[in-house]
Ligand binder design. Structure first.
Ligand SMILES: C[S@@+](CC[C@H](N)C(=O)[O-])C[C@H]1O[C@@H](n2cnc3c(N)ncnc32)[C@H](O)[C@@H]1O
Length: 311
């Protein structure tokens, strides 16, 4: 049976705030720095006066000659850290207008964290008669995070008690993720940081007979592995999902697919999870990921979609 779709939202935190959006742009505060970036979803008027938008220290613009950050002080902002979603993350304006953090993803960090904590508790109780109530290495929850970027999802899962395999095709992204782990005090958690093409890694894991309790992925519309292996969502997504299903343990915990730029409906993702529900029972939720403006009206900025299956 279909459940109604969900609008998940992340509201402001002391060190992250969506100050305003509109006119194809968004204004955000990351710690003490205010940034302005284009956002094609923001098809409505701004609420704050232009004087507030002018407080941005850096703004990203696209023009005929390309796209770039402009720094009001004349020199680029060095990286800085913020507390966010129970983690500490390095922030830095990068090419392609990103900052190292997709804050709307925190709704699912929380969801995964709770699923993992509950399962660890469940395993601990199950074990308590035979052992001292400790979950053994071989019984821990193993999570595979594909297209893991700067590590938010991996760190949230590790913090909740899972062992994590983090895959990203960009060496710079994996380095950033490891630095976030250190900053968050999670450097000693069992996370394997791997720079590899997501499709190649999954195929190799199938050959090795490896399995996971849970899979999370955040596939971009288009990307590259470290050896320039092409990723195109319309060509490669279906086979990747089918291969990922082969990596699930007999009683999996969850399968979460996030998306943000490809223009797909969450139903397109959901239809790939129906076979999991048939095989293992459980439920599927789909919906949108949003950020809530900190102003009085609390408008929502749509930032992506998700579909998640859980036991
Ligand atoms: C923008 S991120 C997703 C957001 C992130 N998971 C989060 O929670 O904040 C997409 C990532 O996919 C990676 N990527 C692109 N093509 C890839 C490929 N073929 N194999 C592995 N990673 C790839 C990029 O390097 C990038 O880090």
């Amino acid at each position: 049976m279909h459940k109604p779709s969900n609008i998940l939202t992340v509201s402001s935190e002391p060190q992250y705030e969506l100050l305003d959006s509109g006119g194809g742009e968004k204004l955000e505060r990351f710690g003490t720095h205010v940034l302005s970036r284009p956002d094609p979803q923001a098809l409505w008027p701004k609420l704050l006066p232009e004087s507030e938008w002018k407080k941005a220290e850096a703004y990203f613009t696209r023009n005929d000659s390309g796209a770039e950050w402009t720094y009001v002080q004349g020199k680029p902002l060095e990286k800085w850290s913020i507390d966010f979603g129970g983690l500490k993350m390095w922030i830095k304006p990068t090419a392609f207008k990103h900052t190292g953090l997709f804050p709307e993803r925190a709704s699912n960090w929380k969801w995964m964290g709770e699923k993992i904590k509950n399962e660890v508790l469940h395993l601990t109780h199950k074990n308590s008669a035979a052992t001292e109530g400790v979950v053994g290495e071989e019984q821990g929850i193993e999570v595979l995070n594909l297209f893991g970027y700067t590590g938010g999802a991996s760190l949230a899962c590790a913090q909740a008690g899972a062992k994590v395999v983090h895959i990203d095709g960009s060496k710079a992204a994996v380095t950033w993720a490891r630095e976030n782990a250190e900053l968050s005090g999670l450097a000693d958690k069992p996370i394997r940081w791997i720079v590899e093409d997501a499709r190649a890694f999954v195929e190799r894991e199938i050959r090795r007979g490896r399995t996971y309790d849970a899979i999370v992925m955040d596939p971009p519309a288009f990307g590259h592995g470290p050896e320039s292996e092409l990723w195109k969502i319309e060509e490669h997504f279906l086979a990747l999902i089918e291969n990922c299903k082969k990596l699930l343990k007999p009683e999996p915990l969850f399968f979460l697919i996030n998306g943000y730029s490809a223009g797909y409906s969450a139903i397109a993702y959901e239809n790939n999870l129906l076979s999991l529900q048939k095989q293992y029972g459980g439920q599927i939720e789909i919906g949108e990921l949003t950020l809530q403006e900190s102003g009085h009206d609390g408008r929502l900025l749509p930032c992506g979609i998700f579909a998640r299956w859980e036991k």
